[in-house]
Design a protein around this ligand. Structure first.
Ligand SMILES: *Cc1c(COP(=O)(O)O)cnc(C)c1O
Length: 421
C-alpha cells in the first residue's frame, strides 16, 4: 500500500479542498508522476543530493550507547548531517526541482518553527527560484534565528497576521496565495500531509533516507529488529520507513511528543493521546487533536517540529493497521536522550529527533544483542541552543543574553544590513 489509491491510504487522506485548488493539485500530480519516471530528472536530483545535500548520510554504529544500554546494537542514521541540518532539505529540493520542470519560477511555503522555511529558502537559492515564506507573526517573533537565515538565503518572509498568527494560519495564507497564482507558483508543503498528492510526493522525496538505510544494512550485514523515528507531520518517519512498509519486518516505531504529560493540551500525541480524534482538517482526513465539536485543541512540546495537531494520513492508516507502532516521549525524556548521546557518542540530536533517541533507548534494552535498532536522527541539535541552554544552564544563559544585548546597544560600529545590498 505504499502509494495512495486515489489519494487515500485506507480510510485516511483525500483531497478536501476548494474548487480553485483542484486544478493545481491535479496538475501537480500529473507532473510528479511524469518526472519521477524521467531518468534525466532523477539523475539531476541524484547529483544535487550527492553534491549539495551531502548524501548519502552516514549510518553510525554507536558502541558506547550499545554497551551502556546492554541490549540490541544501536545505529544512528545521521540525517542531521544533511546540508541545512535536517531531513527537510530532501523534500524542499525535490519539490523545487519539480516546480522548475513545471515552468514555475515562484515558490511559496508555510513554516512554523522555521525549519521547513529555511530548507525551502536554501533550495530556492540553490536553484535560482523566487521564494516567499508564510509564517505566523508570533512565530516570526519567537524564531528570529531561522527568520534571519531564511532572509540570508534571499527569501521574503511574510508575517501572517490572521487568526492565531501561527502555523495553521500560515498554511491557510499559503493555500490562498497558491489558489490565486497557480500558473506561476508552486506551493512546497513541508510534511507528508495535506491534500493529495502531497503525502505521496513528500514520502517519495524523503524515502531516500530509508533506501540508503536498506543498502547500508545489506552491505554491512546488519540484522535490524526495529527502526525508530520521531513523528511531527510525519515526513522523516514515513521516508525512513518507506522501503519496509510492505514487509513484515523490522518493527517500525514512531515517537510522538508526549510534552509534559497525558492531559489535554499537554502534548502532541495524535496517535496515543487522550484527545485523538478522526477529522478533516486543512484538506485531508486523518487523526488530529480535536475537542468533541471538532475544534483544534492546543498542543504542547518542547520541540517545535513535533508540536502539531495533525499527523500524515499514511501514518494514521499504518497505525490503524498495526504496521507502525506509536509511543509517546515526554519533554524530559527527550532532554535526557540529548545528553546521553552527546556525552557518550559525540552526537548532538535535534530536540525532535531526541524523541526517537529516547524511544530507542527503551526498546533496545528489551532486544537481544545480535539485533540492531536504527534511530533516525532527523536533525542535529545546533539549532536548539536557545531551547536546551535555558534548561541545562539557565542562569549562565540569562547572563549571556543580557551581556549580548548591552554589547549590541552600545556598539555603534556594527554594520547595518543595508551595507550588504
Ligand atoms: C520538522 C522536523 C521534524 C518533524 O517533521 P516530520 O515531518 O514529522 O519529519 C522532525 N525533526 C526535525 C529535525 C525537524 O526539523
Amino acid at each position: 500500500m505504499t502509494y495512495s489509491t486515489d489519494g487515500f491510504f485506507d480510510n485516511y487522506g483525500g483531497k478536501y479542498v476548494a474548487e480553485v485548488l483542484r486544478r493545481p493539485l491535479d496538475e501537480l500530480e500529473v507532473a510528479f508522476k511524469k518526472y519521477m519516471a524521467d531518468p534525466e530528472f532523477i539523475e539531476e536530483l541524484n547529483i544535487i543530493r550527492r553534491d549539495y545535500i551531502g548524501r548519502e548520510t552516514p549510518l553510525y554504529y554507536a558502541p558506547t550507547a550499545t554497551k551502556l544500554l546492554g541490549g540490541a546494537q544501536i545505529y544512528i542514521k545521521l540525517e542531521g548531517l544533511a546540508n541545512t541540518g535536517a531531513h527537510k532539505i530532501n523534500n524542499a529540493i525535490g519539490q523545487c526541482l519539480l516546480a522548475k520542470r513545471m515552468g514555475k519560477q515562484r515558490i511559496i511555503a508555510e513554516t512554523g518553527a522555521g525549519q521547513h522555511g529555511l530548507a525551502t529558502a536554501a533550495a530556492c537559492a540553490k536553484l535560482g527560484l523566487d521564494c516567499t515564506i508564510y509564517m505566523g507573526e508570533i512565530d516570526v517573533k519567537r524564531q528570529q534565528p531561522n527568520v534571519a537565515t531564511m532572509e540570508m538565503y534571499g527569501a521574503k518572509v511574510h508575517a501572517v497576521k490572521s487568526g492565531s498568527r501561527t502555523l495553521k494560519d500560515a498554511v491557510n495564507e499559503a493555500m490562498r496565495d497558491w489558489a490565486a497564482h497557480p500558473d506561476t507558483t508552486h506551493y512546497v508543503l513541508g510534511s507528508a500531509l495535506g491534500p493529495a498528492p502531497f503525502p505521496d510526493i513528500v514520502r517519495e522525496f524523503q524515502s531516500v533516507i530509508g533506501y540508503e538505510v536498506e543498502k547500508q544494512c545489506k552491505e554491512r550485514n546488519i540484522d535490524v529488529a526495529a527502526m525508530v523515528a520521531c513523528v511531527g507531520g510525519g515526513s522523516n518517519s514515513i521516508g525512513f520507513f518507506a522501503p519496509f512498509i510492505d514487509k513484515k519486518e523490522p518493527r517500525l516505531i514512531g515517537a510522538e511528543a508526549g510534552g509534559i504529560g497525558p492531559g489535554v493540551g499537554e502534548n502532541a500525541s495524535r496517535m496515543t493521546g487522550n484527545a485523538s480524534r478522526e477529522g478533516i482538517v486543512q484538506g485531508y482526513k486523518s487523526r488530529f487533536l480535536l475537542d468533541e465539536d471538532g475544534q483544534a485543541l492546543p498542543t504542547r512540546s518542547i520541540s517545535a517540529g513535533l508540536d502539531y495537531m495533525g499527523i500524515g494520513p499514511q501514518l494514521a492508516a499504518l497505525g490503524a493497521s498495526g504496521r507502525v507502532e506509536f509511543t509517546s516521549i515526554l519533554d524530559k525524556e527527550a532532554l535526557e536522550a540529548i545528553q546521553f548521546f552527546a556525552k557518550n557518542e559525540g552526537v548532538l540530536f535535534a530536540m525532535e529527533s531526541a524523541h526517537a533517541g529516547a524511544a530507542a533507548m527503551k526498546i533496545a534494552k528489551e532486544l537481544p544483542k545480535d539485533k540492531a535498532v536504527i534511530i533516525n536522527m532527523s536533525g542535529r541539535g545546533d539549532k536548539d541552543l536557545f531551547i536546551t541552554s535555558p534548561v541545562f544552564r539557565k542562569q549562565e544563559w540569562i547572563d549571556f543574553l543580557k551581556a549580548e544585548v548591552e554589547r549590541l546597544e552600545s556598539d555603534s560600529e556594527i554594520h547595518s544590513s543595508k551595507v550588504m545590498n
